[in-house]
Design a protein around this ligand. Sequence first.
Ligand SMILES: [Zn+2]
Length: 552
Amino acid sequence: MVSRPAPAVDLLLVNGEVLTMDPARPRARSVAVAGGRIVAIDADPADLTAREVVDLDGAALLPGFHDAHNHMASFGLSLNEVDLRAPAVRSLDELYAAVTERARETAPDGWVVGAGYDQNKLQGHPDRDGLDRAAPGRRVWLRHTSGHMCVVSSAVLADLGLVDQAVDVPGGVVVTDAAGRPTGLLQEKAQALVGQLVHPYPVSVVADAIDRAGARYLAEGLTSVTEAGIGGGWVGYTPVELAAYQLARDAGRLHVRVELMIASDALHELTAHPDDDLDFGLDLGIRTGFGDDWLRIGAMKIFTDGSLVGLTAAMYDDFAGHPGNCGYYQGGVDELVGTIIAAHQSGWQVAAHAIGDRAIDLALEAYAMAQRRHPRVDARHRIEHFGVSQPGQVARTAELGVIAVPQGRFASELGDGMLNAVGPDRHAWLYRQRSLLDAGLVLPGSSDRPVVAGAPLLGIHDMVNRRTGSGAPFNPGEAVTVQEALRAYTIGSAYASHAEHLKGSISQGKLADLVVLSQDPTAVSPDEIAGIGVLATYVGGERRFDALGSAR
Ligand SMILES: [Zn+2]
């Protein structure tokens, strides 16, 4: 009896322009995959038997992209909500018309929900009176593109008992007009008031959103994302949000690898043995690192301040043209710092949202105190956004081993509003990249989607080109090279997730998460990066997106 040898590999990708992101072997022509892992690079085809051979025909092959900060469920939900971004909506009149139209299609007791408006691109924030005219008597809830504020109609204010007067909300504001009447605008933690009416969402609804989002991600070359806050606070949809990801996974609807940051509000005191240093966290002592290659618990996410374009970020000096407004913290200093230290002590990676220079100092100081009191090697605490940073803050960040996580795509979609918010004296402090790399920091790539469009090639384009929507230079001294931007969206993001041993480069033994691009991004003019096409996306060696469909 003659037995044939088993195929040595599952997949052999040949004839490609392989950009590995591995300094030891930056370029290659072929990659072999078995058991979901990369097993050989530039192996002699004569030595391999492959179940499937794909001729890349000169296309570029890169590690799959990893968005280090996105809001997956929120993005998936937004696909079914009224789209309030330009160009869908270019004026307040168009915004109100879109509300009227959606109200017509919505059951009388149903909510009209929209997302993505930016008052910098309209003639100001919408207000309750406009919403009441657009959809009389209806519950309308429109979220700002930053996610840090929203506007509601009078019917919603009535549910909250806020028709005639505001209420004090620590870490947030119910905005009123000169007469003290709420305008409908709810900032930061005041958004949780609406949350009380609409949350929790059913797990099945969140799982559907995760499915929709993931399908889009694959088409954009994403194979991993870090979700920046679930399970609590104003960013969470339900206290059992992790169950939505498990449900999606069980049903084969989790399309990309997901790392879940847990909202700080979901963590609580634990009753462990005093020697355990496990006083704070999730039940059972579950913390950062729990899970597997597909679904894993990441950092604790804590908001220290608000939004730059929404003028709620905590700054040392007033916003330009807004005397007396330098933003605010989302909680007392002792509470914020205490939460960060407790999470650090209990073994969590911490990701602190900090946009203003005052908030960045709060986060850095908390990390420094945490390490002084409870030294921990390689904690890799993060500062999300790192929006307006003074020169000394970059050095301090590097010294503390903290990872700054800025969003390149903000330049073209929010850049004009940001330049206005800080004024010329602080332009050079906006969304640094170059000076982070120069200080020896690892730079991840991220979008904060749905705050802005999240396709990685758009983010890479903006990291390199640094221009606003109006074409103005956006702190251009902080531009990085194409290669550096590609590294950010691959190995940089993997590092920020403690996962650089598993993914982020095309190296032997790593997960076979790969993207095929129509062109080598380093070989086109910088203006053309956004126009590069994603031809195919592989996760764990399995082709999960194919632009050519079955024709391939
Ligand atoms: Zn975010």
